[in-house]
Ligand binder design. Structure first.
Ligand SMILES: Nc1ncnc2c1ncn2[C@@H]1O[C@H](COP(=O)(O)OP(=O)(O)OP(=O)(O)O)[C@@H](O)[C@H]1O
Ligand SMILES: O=c1ccn([C@@H]2O[C@H](COP(=O)(O)O)[C@@H](O)[C@H]2O)c(=O)[nH]1
Length: 398
């Protein structure tokens, strides 16, 4: 009986779902186990139960209670275990989740890294292509600049060549014109020569006194020969004979047969045929009745030098006034403002310079070779030049 009483409880204890409170008096259950009254238990006054039955019920209740307690404890342990298992599972799940999250995070990080790498790569590509484009643009610009430069240089060369050709042509034209004028003038001379005073035409000149001293005064056009000669005339009693002045005087003399000829030679900076100049000099020397002559601006050509020394008189020495062309140009242009000379203009001056270099300077070199040249620099004031000139004259003429 006890077994039968207990057995179902035990069974129920093993399986709580089998417990049915309908089999137990709600009061007993409540009193012995302190369990709450079953909701379905009948309410109202307790029925009359006998003592043994009550004992049996009580014992049964105790047994049931003990069983129930065991069952509850078991259940609590199971629940505790289940809880622990659940906690364990939850922990594991959490760990798993964390692990998965970590892995996902890692994957995402990796993907982000890869994406970043791709962006960097793409950026580098863009930068490289931009740099390449910029380089190509620079290269193209450089090539264009080189091309433009070459074109400019080429055009400049062409222009230079064209200018050179034009200058050359102009020079040739000028040279031709000079030749024509010279030729024309020289053609006039033989024709006019028979009209020269007989002495000049034949140059059979009467001799001068033996004590005649002639100093040839040479130098480029406008060097200052005439200026220094004037001082020497004043201080040393020289007679100053300027070949140019004599020619100009002859040119201006009314009735002169050579006026036109002399004018064209002077204008072109050419040397008038020596017969005329030497005849004029000889005549002037004869008329001067002096023994000291400064022959200024003569001889300008070798034939003049040789003929004069042969027919008239040997020069004692050459007083050479040295002056740079730029300074002479400056002085001549200034003089041209008032001189009225047909050759004190830029065109004639250039021709005179050329004639001086080509024709007259060799005369100076000729006398230099003979040790007869005394050079005085004209790049000083008139007074200083004269001081230097005096030293030469004092030493050689006294
Ligand atoms: N030392 C000098 N400094 C500055 N000017 C000068 C000097 N000597 C001369 N001149 C000036 O230079 C000009 C040329 O001088 P000057 O007439 O004496 O030269 P030139 O050699 O006789 O010339 P040309 O050969 O043409 O007859 C004149 O106006 C003169 O006043
Ligand atoms: O012996 C000479 C001297 C001069 N001339 C011509 O006269 C001008 C001017 O000479 P200046 O001495 O400068 O006054 C000169 O240019 C020559 O054309 C010459 O023919 N022969």
């Amino acid at each position: 009986m006890w077994r039968s009483l207990i057995r179902p409880s035990c069974r129920r204890a093993r399986n709580p779902s089998l417990i049915s409170t309908r089999t137990l008096a709600p009061q007993v259950c409540h009193a012995s186990t302190s369990l709450p009254a079953h909701p379905d238990a009948p309410k109202g006054p307790h029925p009359k139960i006998s003592g043994p039955a009550l004992l049996i019920v009580a014992l049964t209740g105790v047994g049931v209670a003990a069983t129930w307690k065991t069952h509850v404890e078991q259940r609590q342990r199971e629940e505790h275990q289940a809880l622990q298992a659940a906690e364990e599972a939850a922990k594991k799940a959490a760990e798993k989740v964390a692990q998965v999250a970590k892995e996902e995070q890692s994957k995402l990080a990796q993907k982000a890294k890869e994406a970043k790498a791709k962006v960097i790569q793409a950026t580098e590509k863009v930068v490289q292509s931009t740099q390449k484009a910029a380089q190509q643009a620079v290269e193209k610009t450089r090539e264009e600049v080189v091309h433009v430069k070459e074109t400019v240089v080429h055009k400049a060369q062409q222009a230079t060549e064209a200018t050179g050709k034009a200058v050359q042509k102009a020079k040739e034209q000028v040279s031709d014109a000079v030749k024509k004028v010279t030729h024309k003038a020289e053609a006039v001379v033989p024709a006019a020569a028979h009209k020269l005073p007989s002495a000049a035409a034949s140059l059979s000149l009467s001799p001068l006194p033996d004590d005649t001293t002639v100093v040839f005064v040479l130098g480029g056009p406008g060097a200052g020969k005439g200026t220094q000669c004037a001082n020497l005339v004043r201080d040393y009693g020289f007679v100053h004979l300027s070949a140019g002045d004599l020619l100009r005087a002859e040119q201006n003399r009314s009735g002169s047969e050579y006026g036109e000829l002399i004018n064209s030679y002077i204008k072109e900076g050419q040397i008038v045929p020596m017969e005329i100049t030497i005849a004029l000099l000889h005549k002037a020397m004869k008329e001067a009745h002096s023994s000291r002559f400064l022959v200024d601006g003569f001889p300008r050509k070798m034939d003049q030098a040789l003929k004069f020394e042969e027919e008239v008189c040997e020069g004692k020495f050459i007083l050479y006034f040295e002056c740079p062309e730029e300074e002479m140009l400056k002085r001549l242009l200034k003089r041209g403002e008032t001189s009225g000379r047909v050759d004190d203009n830029i065109e004639s001056i250039k021709k005179r310079f050329q004639t001086f270099k080509d024709t007259s300077f060799p005369v100076i070199e000729h006398y230099e070779a003979k040790g007869k040249v005394k050079t005085v620099s004209c790049l000083k004031s008139v007074e200083d030049v004269y001081a230097d000139t005096k030293k030469v004259i004092d030493e050689l003429v006294g």
